[in-house]
Ligand binder design. Structure first.
Ligand code: SF4
Length: 348
């Protein structure tokens, strides 16, 4: 599906730290004795977006929609099937191993599970400092002071540097993960569900830490989460994924106040509102998410969409820009970006 959701959101090239163009990540399905390729799982299917320096893009969608695969592919932890990832003017997908290694400190990832992503056999100073040494981030003489500074900025105390991960709580371990990434002075960080394994009170601390560090260092985040309340809090822009497609993209306010895609409307209808008098109108999605190995034809969402029309079953919808920077991929909207007349009753 051609999901060119870049639109007019760029605000000038110099402000974009990352431009993703037509990114594809297909995994082959092999079968039989000879392990012939009989099909592909299209985990990321031709998506495009941009992230400005110092801003956060939230990426939401159900489990299995391809969010984590996008994050890993951007950093070339997975080699893509196609597309471009332009980081600070450099196409990351064309770099050789040496060039990629040199770029690694600038593009980092914080993983979901602070338990399994830390080596149990290394003290904290080594966990944070290993890559600092490897990439010569600071002269050796300044190494200890630098690690102390990084620990302090992430809410850890330097006297804890000789301790091992099992001696820390879940929240502190996630702080160690943040410190490990931060120590490399990144400009762009993929945060893959960084708080979903933590208690709610600890979640707020980590979110605040990420926000503080972003303001101090002007880092950009791709914040992957299925928790829409957290995404609403931290994001400047939001992208909504369904079965490998980016179906809606825009500024946070536009997405949360005026969701256009029926899938986004259903997702947002489940976000709790802190008002005891507010009556939630939850939109229940019928059926389960189809297999990405055999996605529905036409609009991939048509098997679960309450507005599905005949055209949706056979024709892939085009991208429509409804308001500046707010784009949607759905047959309910015409070329002018307005609701198609005969569908307007359905879509309200
Ligand atoms: Fe629903 Fe059709 Fe829009 Fe897909 S294109 S979201 S099936 S109305």
């Amino acid at each position: 599906m051609e999901n060119n959701l870049t639109s007019n959101n760029s605000n000038g090239n110099g402000r974009n730290i990352l431009e993703v163009k037509n990114l594809k990540q297909y995994f082959p399905i092999k079968a039989g004795l000879m392990q012939h390729v009989v099909g592909y799982v299209k985990a990321v299917d031709d998506i495009s977006f941009k992230i400005e320096r110092g801003k956060t893009m939230g990426l939401v969608g159900e489990s299995g929609c391809g969010k984590t695969t996008v994050g890993k592919t951007l950093l070339r932890l997975l080699n893509p099937t196609g597309g471009q990832v332009i980081f600070n003017g450099t196409d990351v997908m064309t770099l050789n191993r040496k060039e990629l290694r040199a770029l690694r400190p600038k593009m980092q990832m914080i993983f979901q599970d602070p338990y399994s992503s830390l080596s149990p056999r290394m003290p904290v100073s080594e966990i944070i400092g290993e890559a600092v040494r490897e990439h010569n981030i600071v002269p050796e003489a300044e190494f200890d002071d630098y690690i102390d500074d990084v620990m302090r900025s992430c809410g850890l105390q330097p006297y804890q540097k000789d301790r091992y991960p099992h001696e820390f709580s879940g929240g502190q371990r996630q702080r160690i993960c943040v410190a490990r990434s931060l120590a490399l002075k990144p400009e762009f960080v993929v945060c893959d569900e960084p708080v979903s394994a933590l208690d709610v009170s600890i979640q707020a601390q980590i979110i605040n830490l990420l926000e503080d560090l972003q303001h101090q260092r002007e880092m950009a985040y791709l914040f992957i989460s299925h928790d829409l309340s957290v995404v609403q809090h931290i994001s400047d822009y939001v992208g909504v994924m369904y079965l490998g497609d980016l179906v809606e993209y825009g500024e946070k306010e536009s997405i949360f106040e005026n969701p256009l895609h029926p899938y986004t409307q259903a997702l947002l209808s489940a976000v709790p509102v802190p008002d005891p008098n507010y009556k939630m109108k939850r939109i229940i999605l019928e059926g389960s998410i189809p297999s990405p190995a055999n996605p529905p034809s036409g609009c991939k969402f048509h098997t679960r969409c309450r507005f599905a029309m005949d055209i949706c079953k056979t024709v892939v919808p085009d991208t429509r820009e409804i308001e500046p920077g707010h784009v949607v991929v759905c047959h309910l909207y015409n070329e002018q970006g307005t609701l198609v007349e005969e569908n307007s009753e359905k879509a309200i």
